[in-house]
Design a protein around this ligand. Structure first.
Ligand code: F3S
Length: 386
């Protein structure tokens, strides 16, 4: 590939991987079994990204390992009804077409592990999308660096990635012990904890103690928030995540997180008071979260728009289960293929968003010029439910 025998596209992409490997001192290339590609929303990549992808597709770029796709900037079916701008939609659909031509699976979600791209423990993968990277490394025990959009795409086209960083045992050891004494009740608490620790640990590897139980949904909220406020790509939770029992923590510095720290984190994330819209599903909601939400709003009335973002696959299942109908009857909407952060909500008249996600709360002020009301689903619903 590097010698150009397979064409210009592969040569260029392989060269990018070689360069990355040189920078990080990789000893060789290793095969990857799957890739998650980010950099999908027109809002994030703009015209240069669109032209780059169309050019690659035109020149015959095709992925050679199973590759899934991150959220786009809009619901690819209901964008008109939801009020997404026409000019934005036209560009977004061209981006999707370029990815489709490259053979990428149109999952369009940041939770690929919920819709069929589920690596096994120890498997080497090349994923972008920081929350998915964190989940794959920490909760599943697969091995990936935090790839950028172009390096993930290069790995998908070439089938390999340079062997460095979190592919190696020595970089998966914890760097800080976090003793959690605060009670964690819901995804918002896990998000606030993640926001707080991400700021402290930056790109290190935290080892949590004191978390007695956590659902998969809560772990995805924790990892997403840490990946956003810091650059955490791997964490361990004693007694819960698969590598926690294999690593040593003796001699490591430790910090405590109690109710006071959690409350401070929550209040830092709160920059507004009265949401124009509530957007849940960051990372994309699971069927479980949607069913729980449907139960809460069943027979009630939502006085403001409420979106729950998820993958198309999960939305289809939610429709089949009747959850979508219950949510719509209350005035809410299951929105597929996109999320609060990568959609152009600032162009759609919204100024204050209610979220239960530490990651979304961290990004919305900067990326979407929004004020944020951060709280649990129950706290947010209290503000908009009759
Ligand atoms: Fe996913 Fe968007 Fe949050 S990509 S992790 S829902 S910011």
């Amino acid at each position: 590939m590097l010698a150009g025998e397979y064409g210009e596209v592969l040569e260029r992409n392989f060269r990018l991987l070689v360069r990355l490997g040189e920078i990080y001192g990789a000893d060789r290339m290793i095969p990857v079994s799957s890739v998650q590609v980010a950099g999908v929303s027109y809002k994030s990549i703009g015209d240069p990204g669109l032209e780059f992808l169309e050019d690659m597709a035109e020149k015959g770029a095709r992925v050679r390992v199973p590759t899934t796709l991150n959220p786009a900037g809009m619901d690819l079916q209901d964008w008109r009804e939801l009020g997404f701008p026409e000019d934005f939609a036209e560009k977004q659909l061209r981006i999707m077409e370029a990815f489709r031509r490259m053979g990428i699976m149109m999952t369009v979600t940041c939770t690929p592990y919920l819709v069929g791209n589920l690596p096994r423990f120890g498997e080497h993968i090349a994923w972008s999308e920081s929350s998915a990277v964190s989940f794959a490394n920490s909760v599943i025990g697969a091995r990936t660096n935090r790839e950028g959009g172009p390096s993930a795409l290069a790995a998908a086209l070439c089938g390999v990635t340079p062997n460095y960083g979190l592919h190696l045992d020595e970089n998966r050891r914890p760097t800080l012990v976090v003793e959690v004494t605060a009670g964690l009740r819901d995804a918002a608490d896990f998000g606030a904890l993640g926001y707080h620790i991400g700021k402290i640990v930056k790109s290190g590897v935290p080892y949590f103690r004191g978390i007695r139980d956590a659902t998969v949904d809560q772990l995805k909220a924790l990892g997403a928030a840490m990946a956003a406020s810091g650059a955490v790509a791997l964490y361990h939770v004693e007694g819960i995540t698969p590598e926690a029992g294999r690593v040593r923590v003796e001699g490591l510095e430790s910090i405590e997180v109690g109710e006071k720290e959690l409350e401070e984190a929550r209040s830092k994330l709160n920059t507004g008071t009265d949401p124009d819209i509530i957007i849940l599903g960051c990372p994309h909601a699971s069927l479980n979260e949607i069913s729980e939400f449907a139960r809460k709003v069943n027979g009630r009335e939502l006085r403001k728009p409420v979106w729950i973002c998820t993958s198309r696959t999960t939305k289809d299942a939610a429709e089949r289960m009747g959850y979508a109908e219950i949510i719509e009857r209350a005035g809410g909407k299951i929105v597929a293929d996109t999320c609060a952060v990568v959609s152009p909500i600032e162009r759609m008249g919204f100024k204050t968003v209610g979220v239960d996600s530490g990651k979304a709360a961290n990004y919305l002020p900067g990326f979407c010029k929004q004020q944020v009301v951060f709280g649990s689903v129950d706290e947010l619903l209290k503000k908009v439910m009759g």
